[in-house]
Design a protein around this ligand. Structure first.
Ligand SMILES: *[C@@H]1O[C@H](CO)[C@@H](O)[C@H](O)[C@H]1NC(C)=O
Ligand SMILES: *[C@@H]1O[C@H](CO)[C@@H](O)[C@H](O)[C@H]1NC(C)=O
Ligand SMILES: *[C@@H]1O[C@H](CO)[C@@H](O)[C@H](O)[C@H]1NC(C)=O
Ligand SMILES: *[C@@H]1O[C@H](CO)[C@@H](O)[C@H](O)[C@H]1NC(C)=O
Length: 453
């Protein structure tokens, strides 16, 4: 009897806590607490892959830049290399993915230290990287790879890593006739929403159980046209991922940067100051494109140093970084991307303590004699120095040390450093000469300040 009673009690309490239901209004959707795993993760990998990976020129907007903008680089490329009546959909049969090895991708992503991935399931071209029942003849099982690209990566990630699996999905499609019809009707009809884009989203969630839905392609119409509030309410209330899923803000021109889950605002968003709401910096290793570019030059890729600076700046202001790679049409991740990912992972293996599960501190950056950014965890503060100090003193303006404050360098086993209070606030840390082979890493260094207050 007692046992039964306590079981019932637990059930009731769980129901109260877990049983919160959300209404299809922004007010209700915005009130949902963000699942903790996402805030703690800090780093994700974005993967832009689709038919645009076949020409792999200019960027993933190839079709639109060619037909709508008449971009000269693309127009000339097509004139010089393809028969006159070649169409964009003709590229799909060359999307071969013959070297696609999801287990190898999973291994590279794991080595980067990322805790989630977001794979493009469908970009604005409308081609679905899974065998959708709503994309007849324009999906990866029917044409090109003849494979379920989404399902195969989901399996490898889940079987071989602890990474959370997420999906990008474009609401609109440049040339879908039903979309163009709705647009011509000033979005007073929803042929495309009801027949294509919403059914796809439900299909994706039910089949692949993604823990991130990264929506895009929303900006021409309102969230009322897209029915996105209804979808998100279902996602949070009744979907198979309701307890762990996170989503972004690109659900209609009224929602971006204001409503939904976390905020992405613009591409490569980097506000530089602490934000009230959780946000994400979605950015690219290739500075000019999300999709793979065959003719990218070395200096068009961010260096590891630049990637880590961007990452630390993002985390210090409360953001996550979603770092994009563009695989080739053959299904390979080129060594330039792999090197960057493995470098970031090796930096995190030394300095992850200051990043993963960290929180922003009361100060985000310091403009004393070396550029430093701050994070904190428990009662420790981490001063992340982007360039190794050129003098034997590192001056920090924000921390006010106490008598028993200790300073150490993550990954360095030569002991703690001495320090002095600065007049008017802050501290000077004395840096001994450290031989190159004793330096813990090569890109940004983390000073751990314990016992500050
Ligand atoms: C498409 O529909 C069939 C038949 O109802 C179903 O078995 C299959 O799982 C569906 N495909 C997807 C991707 O949901
Ligand atoms: C997991 O990794 C092993 C070893 O690399 C590989 O043989 C296996 O196919 C992978 N699992 C999946 C689902 O890819
Ligand atoms: C759409 O709106 C425009 C401008 O307000 C108007 O000129 C046009 O007639 C409208 N079209 C339809 C189909 O309602
Ligand atoms: C440092 O903080 C100031 C204001 O607090 C901000 O304007 C600036 O962008 C920040 N710089 C970095 C690198 O985060």
């Amino acid at each position: 009897m007692d046992f039964l009673w306590s079981c019932l009690c637990v059930l009731v309490i769980q129901h109260i806590v877990v049983g919160v239901r959300y209404d299809p209004t922004w007010e209700s959707i915005d009130s949902r607490p963000l699942p903790q795993w996402y805030d703690e993760a800090k780093l994700g990998i974005f993967i832009h892959w689709g038919v645009f990976s076949v020409p792999s020129l200019n960027n993933e907007w190839f079709w639109y830049r060619w037909k709508h903008d008449k971009n000269p680089e693309i127009v000339n490329f097509m004139k010089n290399n393809y028969r006159p009546d070649f169409t964009y959909p003709d590229f799909a049969s060359q999307f071969t993915a013959e070297f696609y090895n999801p287990a190898q991708w999973a291994d590279i992503f794991q080595a980067s230290g990322a805790e989630y991935v977001v794979l493009v399931s469908k970009h604005h071209e409308g081609f679905t990287n899974w065998p959708s029942n709503y994309s007849f003849n324009w999906n990866s099982m029917a044409v090109g790879p003849k494979r379920d690209l989404v399902g195969d990566l989901a399996k490898a990630i889940r079987q071989n890593t602890s990474i959370h699996f997420g999906l990008y999905h474009s609401l609109f499609e440049w040339y879908n006739p039903y979309y163009l019809q709705d647009k011509a009707n000033n979005f007073s009809t929803q042929y495309f929403v009801n027949g294509k884009t919403m059914p796809e989203l439900y299909e994706l969630v039910n089949n692949y159980k993604p823990e991130v839905i990264w929506s895009d392609g929303d900006w021409e119409a309102s969230s009322d046209y897209w029915d996105s509030k209804q979808f998100i309410a279902w996602l949070y209330n009744d979907s198979p991922v309701k307890d762990t899923v996170v989503t972004n803000d690109r659900w209609g021109k009224d929602s971006t940067c204001h409503h939904g889950g976390y905020l992405t605002c613009q591409d490569r968003y980097q506000p530089g100051v602490l934000q009230k709401r959780k946000w994400e910096n979605a950015m690219t290793i290739d500075k000019k494109s999300w999709g793979f570019r065959r003719n990218a030059a070395l200096d068009e890729y961010l260096t590891t140093d630049e990637l880590i600076d961007t990452f630390v700046e993002t985390v210090s202001c409360g953001g996550n970084m979603l770092m994009n790679v563009g695989p080739t049409k053959e299904g390979t991740i080129r060594p330039i991307f792999e090197t960057r990912l493995r470098d970031v992972g090796s930096w995190l293996s030394v300095n992850g303590e200051a990043i993963r599960s960290s929180k922003p501190w009361i100060s985000q950056n310091d403009t004393s004699n070396s550029k430093s950014l701050y994070t904190m965890k428990n009662s420790d503060v981490y001063a992340i120095v982007l360039d190794w100090p050129t003098t034997s003193t590192l001056s920090l303006g924000a921390p006010n040390p106490q008598p028993d404050t200790t300073v150490s360098l993550l990954g360095y086993n030569g002991g703690t450093f001495t320090w002095k209070s600065r007049q008017g606030g802050g501290m000077d840390i004395m840096i001994p000469a450290i031989p190159a082979n004793k330096m813990p890493c090569q890109w940004a260094w983390v000073f751990k300040l314990s016992g500050l207050s």
